[in-house]
Design a protein around this ligand. Sequence first.
Ligand code: PHE
Length: 343
Amino acid sequence: MELQELKAQALAGLEQTADLEGLEAWRVRFLGRKGPLSQFLRSISSLPLEERRLQGESANRVKSSLQDAWQSRRESLRLAQVSTSQSGADISLPGRPMPLGRLHPITQTFRDICAAFQSLGFEVVEGPEVEWDYYNFEALNIPPGHAARDMFSTFWVDYTDDKGGHPMLLRTHTSPMQVRVMEKTEPPVRVVVPGQVFRYEATDATHEAVFHQVEGLAVDENITLADLKGTLYEVARLLFGEDRKARFRCTYFPFVEPGVDMAIDCAMCRGEGCRVCSGTGWLEILGAGMVHPNVLSRVGYDTQRYTGFAFGLGVERIAMLRHGIDDIRLFFQNDLRFLRQFR
Ligand code: PHE
């Protein structure tokens, strides 16, 4: 048979193969040892040298083009077979992209704040969100009826326990954990407490009813206000950069004496005064002070021997300052266009 005719016939036959078995039969028939090509190649050995070379070359060319055709036919038959396999899954479809999650900016800020304090030797602990009046107020030097309760608009919890109904509430700050930690530990104490807190207040650009704080407490011999300032300066530098300025001013919290608030220079206007810092150039980020002796003695600490400092830091405030966000409500609207911007 003429080589080109053989090739045409073989390729036409290949088109007809419907599955891998049919393909194997085709391969045996056209490319096998007893097939026409092998026979042809064997038969030319008796031809004169020059003739043999020419015939051999064209037979080999036909052979290798049939082999190529066989290979690509095998690929498409195999693909067709798996893609219509019993499960009906088409594995030849490109994969769907995996959506990558990320941490909420408040969670990221929590972690950065805690890491900064951990680098200074503080331990991280957590406490309950539903709290006794005792820990949230009384043990912090705020007895029932004290005017300082007005600082904390409170969500009360309608619950009466069997020991006579101690009032419960959603904690208005993380400070109750100061007392819980001291009840369980002897000095030295160095803890930070990340947590969610609740205030019965209307929301606006800088207030949410549910927000987050990181409490801090250090109690030991010879702790002074200088330790408080040094610690908080260092953390401000870790969180906001080396050249950040800090300002401390006296203020009142019943559970510290003296009490201070700390502000850093506004990153938006670099201290010149803008909308974010309401023209002052400073942004308050935390309340702090030396732990009041009444608080220390209530948990049985020797106030002659031990002193301590405490602070409560607003996490949203810090996140807003770091990212230049001017409305606290954006954090809690679950708008992915907003949330996807962070890290
Ligand atoms: N708990 C106070 C608040 O929520 C902050 C604070 C904590 C102040 C510790 C002094 C010491 O406003």
